[in-house]
Design a protein around this ligand. Structure first.
Ligand code: PAF
Length: 283
C-alpha cells in the first residue's frame, strides 16, 4: 500500500489502476481508524478492484469550539490497519494541499434540506464542510464508488443529495454501523470517554431499540415516546442534544403513516458528543 500526499501523485496512481482496467472505490476518513473503518475498506475490496482510502482531518467541518486540535492523528497505526483491511492506496494530504487558497478562499458546497436540523442544527456549517471536502475528494479520485458508514446517517443523506444534485458520476454505498458487543456504535470519539462514561454510553442504542420496539408494536404517539426515551437517556447521566423520529430518505420529521423511518439521537457524556441511529421499516 502506497501513501501519497499530493493530488498529483494521487491522480497518477489512480490512472495506473484505471489503465489496468480496475474498478476504483474510495473510502474517505478522518483517520484514527477503528473496526468500523476496516469493515468499510474490506467491503470496498469486495465491491471494487482498487481501494483508495483518504485520511484528512477536515478543519472546514469543525466549529470554532469543537475538537479539531485534540482530534487524534495516528497515521502510522492507521496505515497498518488499512494495509491489513486490503487498502491499495492511501491519500493523506495536508491542509495546504486541500485548501491552497485557505479555508476562507475555498469555494463551498452547501446542501439544503437534509443538512438542516439534527447535527446540522447543533453544528452550524458542519455539513457545508463535509459536502465541500467530499465533493473535492470525489473529483480528485474520480472513483466508481464511494463507501460511508451509516452511523453518520444524516451525513450519508447529505452526500447522496450532493452527488445527485451535482451529477457526480459515482455510486454511493452506505454500510451498516459496526458496534461493540454492548451495542455502542464504534466511533473515534469513544476514545475520549473515561471508564465510567464508556460503561454508560450504550444507553443511547438500548433506548433507540426500545423506542423501535414500541413503534413496531403499533404505538404512534411520537411526542410521548420521545419524552420517555429522553428521560431514559438522561437518567443514565447523559445530556440529550436531540432525539427524533424522521422519515428515512429525505429526513423530514416522520408522521404516523411513514413506513421507512429512522430514529436519530445525539447526546453528551461529559464533553464528548456521541451520535447514533436506528433505521427501521414499519408495516
Ligand atoms: O465521516 C467522516 O469521517 C468525515 O465526515 C468525512 C466523510 C471523511 C469527511 O471529512
Amino acid at each position: 500500500m502506497n501513501t501519497v500526499k499530493t493530488v498529483r501523485e494521487l491522480r497518477a496512481a489512480v490512472a495506473r489502476a484505471r489503465g489496468e482496467g480496475k474498478r476504483i472505490a474510495l473510502v474517505p476518513t478522518m483517520g484514527n481508524l477503528h473496526a468500523g473503518h476496516a469493515a468499510l475498506v474490506a467491503k470496498a475490496g469486495q465491491r471494487a478492484d482498487f481501494v483508495v482510502a483518504s485520511i484528512f482531518v477536515n478543519p472546514l467541518q469543525f466549529g470554532p469550539s469543537e475538537d479539531l486540535d485534540k482530534y487524534p492523528r495516528t497515521l502510522a497505526a492507521d496505515q497498518a490497519k488499512l494495509l491489513e483491511a486490503g487498502c491499495h492506496l492511501l491519500f493523506a494530504p495536508g491542509v495546504e494541499e486541500m485548501y491552497p487558497d485557505g479555508m476562507e478562499g475555498q469555494t463551498k458546497v452547501s446542501v439544503p434540506g437534509v443538512s438542516e436540523g439534527l447535527c446540522g442544527g447543533s453544528r452550524p456549517g458542519h455539513f457545508d464542510g463535509v459536502a465541500t471536502v467530499v465533493c473535492k475528494l470525489l473529483n480528485m479520485v474520480q472513483p466508481d464508488m464511494a463507501l460511508f458508514g451509516e452511523k453518520d446517517f444524516q451525513q450519508l443523506a447529505v452526500i447522496r443529495k450532493l452527488v445527485r444534485d451535482l451529477n457526480i458520476p459515482v455510486q454511493i454505498f452506505g454500510e451498516p454501523t459496526v458496534r461493540a458487543e454492548d451495542g455502542l456504535a464504534l466511533s473515534s470519539r469513544n476514545g475520549y470517554l473515561n471508564e465510567d462514561e464508556r460503561a454508560r454510553a450504550p444507553v443511547i442504542q438500548r433506548t433507540l431499540r426500545q423506542l423501535a420496539d414500541a413503534l413496531r408494536g403499533g404505538s404512534r404517539d411520537f411526542p410521548a415516546l420521545i419524552d420517555e426515551a429522553r428521560r431514559q437517556i438522561e437518567a443514565a447521566g447523559l445530556r440529550v442534544d436531540y432525539l427524533e423520529i424522521r422519515e428515512a430518505l429525505g429526513l423530514r420529521p416522520a408522521n404516523a403513516g411513514d413506513k421507512q423511518v429512522v430514529l436519530l439521537a445525539a447526546a453528551f457524556l461529559g464533553n464528548t458528543r456521541l451520535i447514533d441511529n436506528l433505521p427501521l421499516q414499519l408495516d
